[in-house]
Write a protein that binds this ligand. Structure first.
Ligand SMILES: Nc1ncnc2c1ncn2[C@@H]1O[C@H](COP(=O)(O)OP(=O)(O)O)[C@@H](O)[C@H]1O
Ligand SMILES: O=P(O)(O)O[C@H]1O[C@H](CO)[C@@H](O[C@H]2O[C@H](CO)[C@@H](O)[C@H](O)[C@H]2O)[C@H](O)[C@H]1O
Length: 445
């Protein structure tokens, strides 16, 4: 599957990627020794931008023995080095025919042009208007490129690949058909195939393009700024609650709902239990709560009746919400929790899971400055978060027809579930933040 392409797999390319990939923010195997295995490679016609560019997309398995991650690595090879792109240089390959300078695809106009040419467009859509491209900097699990055409778009190149539909593409396609306004409109996507170790060929989405909301600010920053200034976040939280409820109604309409029979209830309870057990085993700092967590796992059997299940966001927090001028709150990134297997992330779930996600995020905002020393609250953080929480639930209930606080037992179980996920997430990624979700686990148990 990695045959005649412009930049074929070779010992030299493997060596270069081995050094370069672990330094990338999106690299999913940080801290683990991995072997690289090529799963697929294909060329995109790169010469449409300039004659020197050769665009090859590699799909590579990162194998650490007990776990395999599959990543997408689009590369551009050039005979002439790009003066303006030192930071995007992956490495240089020496061959009998001279040196090839290899660049990270998203930072090279030849790849971006070729990627957009390969996009499929939703029915009735205009696709992505071409324009100058710029990679978004910051903490991201994928690589996003802003394409400043008229209108502008943002293209997300998926780095970790999964077979099947990517939920970001699938969900935004459904919501765009619904004419939803609290999510960005889908503009296009691309797909590809790769071959697994057992010889089977699978396909999946490689990239997605949506409308770019210029001039927007993310809710996490807005909330932190309000807290530091000593300003209430109640009005914004109420609007956010309304927006989340509208997205839930649109998702239910686009993808349907599933009534909870005994089997679905058992599955939901089992998922909550196994997450608690997973966290207990994964993070030593939970040891003092082991007994209480085991009692909690047993008590989940007596949860009250569950509402119907539906497609949800799955990893909703303030960093996944933008405030866009003239548009209000807009929810992003429907890929679900990165630490959860994809097959689970696309199943119908409790809409209250997203409510719990936002409530946890208010708690994070309240605890952030004390843990990181990045600023200082201008008001009592706990009272600030409690007010935001009430306003959010009130706003949500005014659109959904039921206030989440009426389902307090279930909501609490979902907040605890999220806090346990966060404990694992922080232990792996930001140990200095671990105190925030650990304190929540203690409080919620
Ligand atoms: N439609 C959009 N308009 C404007 N900015 C966006 C848009 N989509 C994403 N962003 C910006 O890109 C960041 C990362 O997007 P996200 O979909 O969460 O990617 P990832 O899966 O890599 O975390 C967001 O936090 C936001 O700042
Ligand atoms: O945005 P991602 O899909 O990568 O989500 C992961 O990272 C998030 C952190 O960026 C993490 O969110 C946690 O930290 C947030 C503050 O940075 C906070 O607002 C959230 O409430 C908290 O869960 C998320 O859990 C993780 O899946």
């Amino acid at each position: 599957m990695t045959g005649a392409v412009a930049l074929p797999w070779s010992a030299a390319l493997e060596h270069v990627l081995h050094a370069w990939m672990p330094r990338q923010r999106w690299y999913p195997a940080k801290g683990r020794g991995v072997g690289l295995r090529p799963l697929a490679a294909w060329d995109l016609p790169g010469a449409s931008v300039d004659g020197d560019a050769q665009v090859t997309v590699h799909v590579v398995a990162l194998d650490s023995g007990d776990r395999v991650d599959v990543v997408q690595v689009p590369l551009v090879g050039r005979r002439e080095p790009r003066e303006d792109a030192e930071a995007a240089l992956v490495g240089a390959l020496e061959g009998a025919d001279g040196t090839r300078h290899v660049y990270d695809g998203p930072h090279d106009p030849a790849y971006v042009a070729a990627l957009l040419d390969a996009f499929e467009v939703p029915e009735g859509g205009d696709g992505v208007a071409r324009g100058p491209a710029k990679v978004l900097s910051g903490e991201q699990s994928n690589t996003s490129i802003i394409v400043s055409g008229e209108p502008p778009s943002i293209v997300k190149v998926f780095r970790t690949l999964h077979p099947g539909a990517n939920p970001d593409v699938e969900v935004l396609a459904g919501l765009t058909r619904e004419g939803a306004s609290a999510t960005p409109a889908l503009r296009g996507w691309s797909s590809g195939s790769w071959t697994l170790a057992d010889g089977s060929t699978v396909s999946g989405h490689l990239a997605v393009a949506v409308e770019f909301l210029a001039g927007s600010e993310d809710a996490w920053r807005v909330a932190l700024a309000a807290l530091r200034a000593g300003d209430s976040f109640a009005e914004q939280a109420r609007g956010l609650g309304e927006a989340v409820a509208r997205v839930h109604l649109d998702l239910a309409h686009a993808f349907g709902t599933v009534d909870v029979d005994d089997a679905a209830r058992d599955r939901t309870v089992a998922t909550l239990r196994s997450r608690s057990a997973w966290a207990r085993h994964a993070v030593a700092e939970l040891a003092p709560h082991d007994g209480a967590l085991q009692r909690h796992e047993a008590a989940l059997a007596s949860l009250p009746d569950l509402p119907a299940l539906q497609r949800v966001h799955g990893d909703l927090h303030l960093g996944q919400v933008l405030h866009a001028p003239g548009r209000g709150w807009v929810l992003l990134d429907f890929e679900g929790e990165p630490l959860r297997p994809l097959a689970e992330r696309v199943l119908p779930d409790l809409a209250l899971r997203d409510v719990a996600g936002v409530l946890r995020s208010f708690d994070y905002a309240a605890g952030h400055d004390a843990v990181t020393g990045a600023g200082s609250p201008g008001t009592d953080p706990d009272a600030w978060a409690a007010e935001a929480r009430d306003a959010f639930c009130g706003g949500y209930g005014s659109v959904a027809g039921r206030d989440p606080r009426e389902d307090d037992v279930l909501l609490r179980a979902l907040e605890l579930d999220k806090a346990l996920y966060e404990v694992v997430y922080e232990a792996r990624n930001r140990p200095s933040w671990l105190r925030i979700p650990l304190a929540a686990v203690e409080r919620l148990l």
